[in-house]
Ligand binder design. Sequence first.
Ligand code: SAM
Length: 254
Amino acid sequence: MSDHKPPPRDGTTHFGFQQVPLADKQKRVAGVFSSVAAKYDVMNDLMSMGIHRVWKRFVIDLAAVRAGENVLDVAGGTGDLIRAFAKQVGPKGLAVLSDINPEMLDEGRTRLLNEGRLDVPPVLANAECLPFGDDSFDLITIGFGLRNVTDKDAGLRSMLRCLKPGGRAIVLEFSKPLIKPLAKIYDAYSFSVLPKLGQVVANDADSYRYLAESIRMHPDQATLKAMMEAAGFSRVQVYNLTGGIVAVHRGYKL
Ligand code: SAM
């Protein structure tokens, strides 16, 4: 279940289930991803039983990238999405990997280099204030990143600003399961199994507890759609995957 509430106006925000000063969230999120970076890919496969690949494939198909397009992946981490887009844009296009966390970006850069991709610049960037010009990209994606961003509205506005008119943004994120029995099983899995898996594989239960908690605190499908519309996106469509455990939101810049 999503426990998302609008941010309080007392200078605090949530970090998982804890309420923390606004200024602290980014540091704490950085701590989580610096800690998990080296084991991120193997943990992703284990935790989702490989299903994250199917969710990302859905985004890649929905994005329908054409040769020559400019594509930015925000909070791109180890680069699963951008590696696919880099092939599709071809030599006349541009694919950029960005992330706020140097360790995660480094993992992404290494994977790109190992695949011989020297043409994808890695850019250290906060989603809230992307360091790119207005109207620069045909497509901007953010996969499992938005829930970690302190000011999500600023993140969405920043993505909109960097899109060309007619361009599209795609948000892939955990969401609210559509049916109760699924939500119960999912809760049990997230709060019991995930931290244990994190402890055994990555020697880090706390980071995986945060990941489970942060999923619950993230806006549900309708709330995120409204946030995208408030940020200025048009024709926002929502696609539920795996019974709403994950949702994909696509919106356009007019
Ligand atoms: N997109 C990748 C994927 O789907 O495998 C990585 C997702 S990982 C769960 C979340 C990523 O968001 C981390 O790499 C983290 O560093 C990044 N992140 C967190 N806060 C961010 C922010 N404010 N701006 C940009 N990236 C951020």
